[in-house]
Design a protein. Structure first.
Length: 312
């Protein structure tokens, strides 16, 4: 819905700029709108979302009308042309995965001052994003706006479970890209006791964070760690380790977690569940236990390789 509103807002500005009637939204005007967006180098994926938003608001304005499809042979050809032009020019965005090896490089870079609050914060956030297979929006506070306890990851959303065999931390993700109805989901971070251990990283950070309610990841001044600040910190750490920091962003953790899990022999079905990727129907019937999920952290880091037992 947020993307739909963005498309509608963009169309309103376009109509005002070129003195085009706002209503009705005709195929002809939409074709001009597509060309305008293409000239501004917007991706065809964004353009497609904006078109869906226009159709939605057109129907919302008059539910009785027959809303035309904006995908005509002409608009389809135009979108294909925009994709070809945008792909052929400029420098493509590089988004490399942060694997366990890259995660160790980040840790080494931050180890120059292990008692620094910001370093402990950044390391805990990196481990949470990686081992939780999280989208950046699921564990970071947006760059603008207040913290919303109903949506954003807060201190109250994590629980440390002390188990004699499988100590772990449970995190409740209240909302995400694929959870439009906010049913929530539980993410499990297992204890390894090795160099890469999300439980140790989080518990270490919490000792200096304190019990102040609000966003889970906050800076020493009490303000939330914003997405751009987090990505910048990660890029700086990677740059310090000798990597090209600009080739990595917040989504690199999610990509890297899947890559590392696959290399460690974690079954594809389990990886898809951990990352909450939509896939074939049969995945709905796979329900790993909390113990199985807690073991995944050890499997990825190679601390103690234990293939998951098959479901009976």
């Amino acid at each position: 819905m947020k993307a739909y509103k963005a498309g509608w807002t963009r169309y309103q500005k376009f109509a005002t700029q070129f003195n085009i009637p706002l209503q009705p939204i005709t195929v002809e005007n939409v074709t001009l709108f597509i060309a305008h967006l293409g000239a501004q180098r917007l991706s065809t994926t964004t353009i497609e979302v904006y078109l869906a938003g226009l159709r939605f608001f057109r129907l919302l304005a008059d539910p009785s009308c027959a809303v035309p499809s904006f995908h005509t042979p002409y608009t389809n050809l135009l979108i294909r042309g925009i994709k070809r032009v945008n792909t052929g020019k400029g420098t493509p965005r590089v988004r490399l995965p942060i694997t366990t090896a890259m995660l160790l490089r980040i840790k080494d870079a931050l180890a120059s001052d292990p008692h620094c609050f910001e370093n402990r914060l950044l390391w805990a956030a990196c481990c949470t994003g990686f081992f939780g297979f999280l989208r950046c929006s699921e564990f970071m506070t947006p760059d603008a706006g207040p913290v919303d306890p109903q949506v954003h990851l807060c201190l109250s959303d994590i629980t440390y479970v002390h188990d004699t065999e499988h100590n772990h931390i449970e995190i409740v993700i209240k909302a995400s890209k694929t959870d439009q109805f906010r049913q929530g989901t539980k993410v499990v971070l297992g204890f390894t006791g090795a160099q890469l251990c999300p439980v140790s990283a989080l518990l270490d950070y919490l000792t200096v964070r304190g019990n102040k309610p609000g966003a889970l990841f906050i800076k020493q001044d009490g303000l939330p760690l914003r997405r751009k600040q987090f990505v910048h910190g990660v890029q700086q750490a990677l740059q310090k380790s000798g990597a090209i920091g600009q080739h990595f962003n917040g989504h690199s953790f999610r990509i890297g977690a899947a890559t590392s899990a696959s290399q460690a022999g974690v079954p594809e079905t389990i990886i898809k569940i951990l990352g909450r990727w939509s896939s074939m129907t049969y995945q709905r019937y796979i329900r790993p236990s909390t113990t199985e999920l807690a073991v995944i952290t050890r499997v990825i880091t190679g601390t103690q390789f234990q293939p998951l037992p098959p479901k009976q």
